[in-house]
Each structure stands twice: as C-alpha cells, then as structure tokens.
Design a protein around this ligand. Structure first.
Ligand code: ADP
Ligand code: ZN
Length: 739
C-alpha cells in the first residue's frame, strides 16, 4: 500500500518533502497529482513526484487536500523537469513551475459550464397536437430543435437559431418537452473559424527522402534528432505535416514548436486544415486563462493529439508522443531569458529521449550548435536545396553606403538603387518590404556643441527619439521623457538626431512615394492585440504597397506578391560585443531575403551596408550557408566559443554598485576553490550594459566542455553564500544574451 508521497511545493523550493496519504485517498493520488500540504503554519500547493510504502523521515504530516487527482505531469515530463533543474542550475520548484501552466497549477479556472437544451422525443402525439393548436410558437421551436439537432444545443444558440425568446424556451422546459443540462463548453480560441480540409501534396525527391528518414525514426522510437536544412520556401512545413500524419496513423501524438512571432493564424490554419480543427490544440501567450485551460485539457484528456505552440509548449501534455518538430530551430526566442533559462529546442531534444520519440529540427539557417551536431554525426542531416517548383532564389544586391555617402554628401536612408527598384515594382502592382531592426525615429540625441548624449537615468544606454510623440524613450526599461529642444548640459540649441529607426524610415519612404500605401510594423505601432493580424491581412490582400518593420516581419511569413525587399542597414546588430553577431546577421539577412519572390514572380533584395564585405553579408548574398558555417566555425573554434565549449554566465546585480561587485567577488572566490582544471573561470567584470533599470550589473563567465557537473557545483557555491537582500544572483547556462 502506497502510504507516503514525496512532493515539490509551488514556492520554488529545491527540496522534495514527504507527507502521509490519509487512508481513503491512497487510490486517488498518483505521480503528477496536485495536492495541498502543510508547511510550518501554511498550506501550500504541491505536485506529487513519488509514491512509496515506507517513510524515509519520521513524523511526516498528512496531505491536507487533493487539488487535482489526474496527473498534470507525465513520468517523462517529470524526468525532463529534473533534468532541467540540474542542467539549467535552477531549483526543482522553478523548473516545475515552468512546466505546468499557472492556470493548471492553481486550478482556480475550471471548464466553462453552460446550459444546453435538447428536445424530448418520445412525446405522445396528442400532446403535440394540443401544443400545435394552443401555442404554435412553442411548437415551432420544438420542431426546430428536433429537426436541427439530436445533440444538446447551447441555450443561447437554440434561442438565436429558432428565433425565439428565453421565455418560450422556458415554457417548453416546464411542459416537459425540452430537457436542460449543464455541460462543459470548450473555449476555443479559433472557434468561429472554418478550416477547409487540405490534402497532402505530392512530395519532390528531397522532401520524400527527408520524410522517409523521419518516419523510420518515428517507427523505431529513435530519439536521434534530424536536422532539416531547407532553404526558405523549400517546403519544410509540408514535410512536417506528412510526418505528423504518420504519427496520427499509428495513434501517436505530435508536438510542433514555432517561434512566438510566427505563430500567426496562417501557421495554425495550415495544421488545422490538414488534421481537422479539433485534433490540433494551440498554446501561446495570447490565450486567455480559460482558453489555455481548455487547450491544455484537450491534450491531457486525449481529445486532441497534435499541439502547436511557442517556447513553453515544449511541456505540452501530448499523449503518446511520436514526434517533436522544432521549426526555425535557430530562433533566439526559444531561449527563455528569466529563470529557468531553458532553450526549448534543447529541451525538445532531451524530451525526445525520455519519451522515446523522434525529433525534427528545421531551419533555412541552422544554428551553429545544431549544424555542428549534424556535422559530427550526433544528429542526422536532411537537406532541401531547391525551392519548390524550382523557383529561383532572390537576387541579392549589396549597396555600399560609403559610396552613396560620397556621391550624395549625406547618408541616405533609401539609396538610389533601392528607390528605383521600389518605383519599378510599384508600377507593376507588386509589393515591397523594408526592414530595419531598430524602432523609433533616431537612435540617439547628441549635442553638436558639447557632445552630450541623452542617456537613460536608469540604464547605461542612449535614449531613442520618437518623433510622433516627441519623446525620448529607453528601450530597456521603458523610461520616457519629453525630448529637449536644447542641450540639457550646455544649453546649445544644436542638439541633433543621430542614427535612425523605423519611424524615420517611414517618413523618408512617404516622401519618396507619396502615392503608395505604407504601413509600419514594430512594437510602437502594434500595441493593440489585433493590429498584427490586421496589418498582415491588409498586406496579403494587397491593400498595402510597402510594409516597413522590425524583426516582426522577418520571420516565416509568406507573401507571394512581394518582389523587392530592402534591408535598410545591415550593420545594425553586426558590430556589437557579442560573438553571435555575425551568425545573427547572416540568419536575419537570409530570412528577410526569403520573403522575396515566393510566388511566381522573381524577387530582388537590396542589402544596404557600410561594411559590405563582412562575411555574414557576403555569404548571405551568395546563399551560401555551408560557406558561412565553415568560416564561422573556424573562428568559434579558434576563440573557444560555443558550439565548441559551453558558456555559463552568472549575473550579479544590485542597486548598490559596491554590494553587487563585492558579492560577485565573493562568489568568484568560492567558485575558484573546487573547480575542475578543464573549466575556465573568468574574472568578475561589469556587464557590457553596466546598468539597467537602476541596477548595477556584474558578470562572471565560465567555459566548460560539460555542463551537468559544473552546474551542480555552481548551485552549491551559491547556496553556501548568504548574499545581501538587495543582491540578485542569476545563472544563465548556454546564454544568448551577453550584454
Ligand atoms: P518552408 O517552410 O520551407 O519555407 P513551405 O513549407 O512554407 O516552405 O512551402 C512553401 C510553399 O510551397 C507552400 O505554399 C507550400 O504549400 C508549397 N509546397 C510545399 N511542398 C510542395 C510540393 N511538394 N509541391 C508543391 N507545392 C509545395
Ligand atoms: Zn532605461
């Protein structure tokens, strides 16, 4: 008899605690159940992680309540949580909290219950006769209910459908002709939409062999990852769809991860059209708590077997998992920036091991990490080298901004060549996308006389000027102030705007093309919930000629009529102190370029740059991923950078500079004591952005070939030190954010 449970409480603790199961509850509690347990004087929510028939401690107290008996976590997911806590150096409680959505943990939101009506069929004929004579209106409603639906119909739908009133329905209930019941109603975020079924396409040879590779791994339950390197528009999604179909045919489920930004209605639609709306559950951050509750339950209760979602969907409770797909696996948004700082792609690979299922990583520009793994044979590699239907790759033209500067005596936002190309395309009723990964009007306000730069009072970065609001804003902490019209330091009126953002690009484009319809998509214009969807729809239907935007428009969007893409300044993001700058620029250029010429029309891409010979620009121009990878790989290996070593970055921050630095130094000393000689421990340094949101930040970087042991050592070292209350210490394993 299982008399004892071990639980992890929701207060983020790192310990498992033991409790006694009161006698008659034993059959209701299993691993993954949610319970309430007493801790000191409080009752805490907790997740059961083990059962046993013997106590390991004395005097264990009893469980006080069962919150949800059906497990919220499968054994495989529990293993993943333990692994995550170990690898990412976080407590079990923190890891568990990431794995179970809040709405499920708290169990405060339940199913939505609604009244349903249903006609009672075996009614004596003369009773109906009487009804028809005396109350023809009620009779009509009764007939409508019999005719339309043999199943229960929602009260409100019946009222609207039969064109009647609450009163008439109520009278039918009182007569005993209609039965009322209260049932669960699904809150379907895509409820009102119709999905036209789609059929599998005939695959080309490359797609066919990629599919074959994945299908055999699904059948073997082999978790060796497959990297699908397919150029933009090569039909990767069709391969995912057909591999998922095979899973479903064998009664197994599938999980598809996409970056949040590409989780557009368009993407969801492709999956719902192929597998039916009911089969596919969608998980993302814009769902209401109720919708999230229902979508999660659809999977856990086996009413849906395909999950599609962003980062945190890696924990989706898909039954009998057969395949995990990570689309755009190189995307940084898979990395969570607060604890637990997990990478959803890496967790997907680990989850596949615990689930014994296949895992497919797809990208046009694989991350250095994944391609290295394919190169070394740890992953299998499948390639799609041609766009479907042999559409050509877009022509890439590099515009040297230095030459433009010499010619025009000023740095243009839109070069003559780009402007001419847009002009020509607009005349043919084609569309253009202009991309700049920096929002706002000017990237800083600088005084001509004394050189003063308007900086954020809380962060060590320059404030960005926003023209429309005439304000200067911090893009890190949100600080905003009215823009000064003279220098705050020397009172010179010659304060000017340096650099530019999307807002200024919009102004310049409006001047150049006064008759074009222009829209801008960035965090400033997309503040309303539906703005993103509306703008994309207008663009797709041709109501917008030129779309200007930040990375929001770079990813996975398919616009057949776009034939010219302008990258306004490829140098933004290239010359920053981050070893991934080159990789990111190459990915971004390739992805943005992939938006051009996806239809029957040939596309042209203009890359404007003041450093046109940077390798990331040159390799992107020639669509040469492997060339880029080889060169970048050599650089990474020479410098001992990932993927050849792992980084662990420890952040120490406080509003008191001295206390932050001192705490970092103390931790550094403690770390030095027990480290393996193969681990490199770097000195405490101020972070490249030394101050954000009023806190001073210090970094400690470690490099190692293996993580698990080091991660445990770091955890132990941090636990042994009592840091001042205002000092915050965070550990980021395999960090992406080095600033
Ligand atoms: P990717 O995900 O690689 O960028 P998609 O899967 O979006 O590419 O495919 C691009 C377009 O090509 C889509 O409209 C898709 O329906 C179409 N497509 C994919 N595979 C085939 C095929 N085998 N035959 C014809 N069209 C295809
Ligand atoms: Zn700030």
């Amino acid at each position: 008899m299982q008399r004892f449970v071990r639980v992890i409480t929701d207060d983020l603790a790192d310990k498992e605690l033991e409790y006694v199961i009161p006698g008659d509850w034993a059959s209701k509690i299993e691993v993954g159940s949610r319970v309430k347990v007493p801790l000191r004087s409080r009752d805490l929510l907790a997740t059961v992680v083990a059962l046993s028939d013997q106590a390991t401690v004395e005097g264990a107290r009893p469980v006080t309540a069962i919150v949800s008996p059906s497990p919220v976590l499968s054994p495989a997911l529990l293993e993943l949580v333990r692994w995550m806590s170990d690898y990412y150096c976080c407590s079990l409680g923190v890891a568990l909290r990431a794995a179970i959505p809040q709405v499920i943990r708290r169990a405060e939101v339940g199913f939505k219950r609604e009244r349903y009506v249903e006609p009672i069929l075996n009614v004596a004929p003369d009773e109906l006769e009487t009804l028809r004579r005396r109350s023809p209106r009620q009779a009509a409603v009764y007939d409508w209910l019999c005719g339309v639906q043999r199943h229960p119909t929602r009260w409100a739908d019946a009222r609207a459908g039969a064109g009647t009133t609450d009163r008439t329905l109520q009278q039918l209930v009182e007569r005993g002709l209609v039965k009322v019941s209260v049932l669960n109603t699904g809150r379907d975020p895509y409820g009102g939409e119709k999905f036209v079924p789609s059929q599998p396409l005939a695959l080309n040879d490359e797609q066919q062999s990629a599919l074959q590779m994945v299908v055999s791994l699904i059948q073997e339950r082999n978790p060796q990852p497959v990297l699908l390197h397919g150029v933009t528009g090569s039909g990767k999604t069709e391969v995912y769809l057909q591999a998922i179909r095979r899973c479903l045919e064998h009664n197994r489920g599938a999980l598809i991860l996409v970056p949040e930004i590409t989780l557009t209605p368009q993407t969801v639609e492709r999956f719902k059209m192929r597998f039916g709306a009911e089969t596919v559950a969608v998980l993302h951050s814009h769902l209401s708590a109720g919708e999230r509750h229902d979508e999660w339950h659809k999977l856990r209760d086996r009413r849906a077997s395909v999950a599609i979602g962003a980062r945190s969907a890696v924990f989706a409770p898909v039954p009998n998992l057969g395949l995990i797909v990570v689309d755009e696996e190189h995307e940084n948004s898979y990395k969570q920036e607060e604890a637990p700082c997990y990478h959803a792609r890496d967790l997907a690979v680990v989850r596949a091991r615990f689930e014994k299922c296949a895992v497919l990583l797809g990208s046009a520009t694989p991350s250095m990490e994944s391609y290295q793994n394919a190169h070394s044979g740890k992953y299998r590699l499948a390639r799609l080298q041609a766009r479907v239907d042999d559409r050509g790759m877009p022509l890439m033209r590099v515009v040297d901004l230095r030459q433009e500067f010499l010619k025009q005596k000023a740095l243009p936002i839109i070069s003559t060549r780009l402007s001419l190309a847009i002009e020509e395309r607009l005349q043919r009723k084609e569309q253009a996308i202009l991309f700049l990964n920096r929002r706002g009007f000017a990237s800083s306000l600088v005084c001509n006389a004394c050189g003063y730069v308007c900086e954020c009072p809380n962060c060590s970065v320059a404030l960005t000027y926003h023209l429309e609001e005439n304000r200067i804003k911090c893009h890190l902490c949100g600080h905003a102030a009215v823009a000064p019209n003279k220098c705050p330091q020397c009172a010179d009126p010659g304060i000017r705007y340096a650099g530019y953002g999307t807002e200024k690009v919009e102004g310049a484009v409006r001047k150049l093309f006064p008759h074009a319809v222009i829209a801008r998509m960035d965090a400033d214009t997309m503040t309303r919930k539906d703005a993103y969807r509306e703008t994309l729809t207008s663009f797709r239907t041709g109501k917008i000629d030129i779309l200007i935007g930040t990375q929001m428009i770079a990813k996975g969007l398919d616009f057949p009529n776009v034939t010219v893409v302008g990258i306004i300044n490829a140098d933004v993001g290239l010359h920053i102190p981050d070893f991934r700058a080159g990789e990111r620029t190459f990915q971004l250029l390739t992805q943005v370029a992939g938006r051009a010429g996806r239809g029957d029309l040939a596309g042209e891409v203009f890359v404007q740059s003041s450093t046109p010979f940077s390798p990331s620009i040159q390799f992107a121009r020639h669509h040469d991923y492997v060339g880029f990878w080889e060169q970048e790989s050599e650089f990474r290996e020479r410098c001992d950078y990932p993927p050849f070593v792992h980084f662990i970055l420890i952040h120490v921050r406080s509003e008191h500079q001295g206390r932050a630095e001192l705490s970092a130094e103390t931790l550094h000393r403690r770390l030095r004591e027990g480290l393996d000689p193969s681990v490199t421990l770097h000195a405490v340094v101020p972070a490249p952005i030394a101050r954000t949101k009023g806190s001073y930040r210090f970094h400690i970087l470690l490099r190692s070939r293996a993580i698990l042991r080091l991660s445990r050592q770091i955890k132990a070292a941090i636990e042994k030190i009592t840091f001042p209350e205002d000092v915050h210490v965070g550990v980021d394993v395999d960090p992406y954010q080095l600033l």
